[in-house]
Design a protein around this ligand. Sequence first.
Ligand code: LLP
Length: 427
Amino acid sequence: MHHFAYRAGVSHSIVLHAEAVDISDLAAAVGTPFYCYSTATLERHYRVFADAFAGMAGTLVCYSVKANANLGVLATLARLGAGMDVVSEGELRRALAVKVAPERIVFSGVGKTRDEMAFALDSGILAFNVESEPELRALSAVAEARGRTARIAFRVNPDIDAKTHHKIATGKAENKFGVPFAEAPSLYALASRLPGIEPSGVHMHIGSQITELAPFRNAFVLLRELVGTLRATGFAIDFVNLGGGLGIPYRSDQPAPPLPADYANLVKEEVGGLGLTLLFEPGRMIAGNAGILVARVLYVKRGASKMFAIVDAAMNDLLRPTLYDAHHEILPVTEPKPGTPMVVTDVAGPVCETGDYLALARPLPELRAGDLISVMTAGAYGAVLASEYNSRLLVPEVLVAGNRYSVTRPRPSYGDMLAKERLPDWL
Ligand code: LLP
């Protein structure tokens, strides 16, 4: 469910709107390409997820900032009471900038630096997800030096196949994430002896865009067993962090992933009733369908064997199609008239790489130069993965709420781009 839909525009045509804002008007005001996010969609997704656990004592939804770190998006979620899952000092500073209470923030990631640990400890965050013994020892030393104690959960790697794209699966033994499941008890024993550490939770995150419940169930069963073992050994485990990973529908011709309510029932069955606080780290589920990337067709080009629509957005703006073979639906911003011929088209950008495409061999209504298109479901892992490759300017991000919009990250100028660098004094 999202709030991007065709509606009657000012002219006689039917135009894609973000809530009450006409996307073609926005394109005229902001220029293309740009990301556009819908407040109502963000709010709905957060509420659907959080409400699925209503009635369960002690749950905290920590939105995973990596999915979409735009301050407008974060502030929207913070206002609803979301906690946040961060993986760098930069993300932590963003969460704090929008006034998320530090005691609602968790810090994940395999490579936290000592400086990042110090900043997070001084900020008073809720907990660290620790991914290795050396990281644990470093965190203890940093905490002790500052006269603080770090509450931690080990991220355990359950060696479970999340049945998702191999680049976003994280719970297999061969992945760099987490500590081996079998070593967890001895690591908790070590943690309880270290001066700067208070082991109080267990964390697991097995991957992203998971579209079946079975991998979650397998993981949660193991998690429950581990909590039992740890408690029996005398450790006071008071929370589990179940990570993120719930998939979203990217295409209408495939079965929809499980609903948050189904996921919540599974959680209740497997880890409810243990007197544990439950933390979650959803990212994509909240932001994915709440954003689109709008681009303009520059040229329509007939190759020897197929049609190409060359648009002004490229792989540097939305990396997912080429990096993960991801499918994003593409809609013309002006609704095509009935009977418009469909043409199998590659939608490609201006970047000088064969891998620069937004869609391959896609049946689309015939496109013309100047047409606007919308790349759907681009709110998660879209703008955050963008780069300036080919010295292209980062695209602006716009947040819509009802009939209002705000350019929450403006398009930089070429002057801004060049001013970020310094020439060495010998040149
Ligand atoms: N927690 C941890 C520890 C994570 O590593 C991640 C995502 C999440 C939570 C949020 O997962 P989500 O609910 O969004 O699935 N760039 C890739 C996705 C990378 C996910 C990285 N970790 C993509 O565009 O598909």
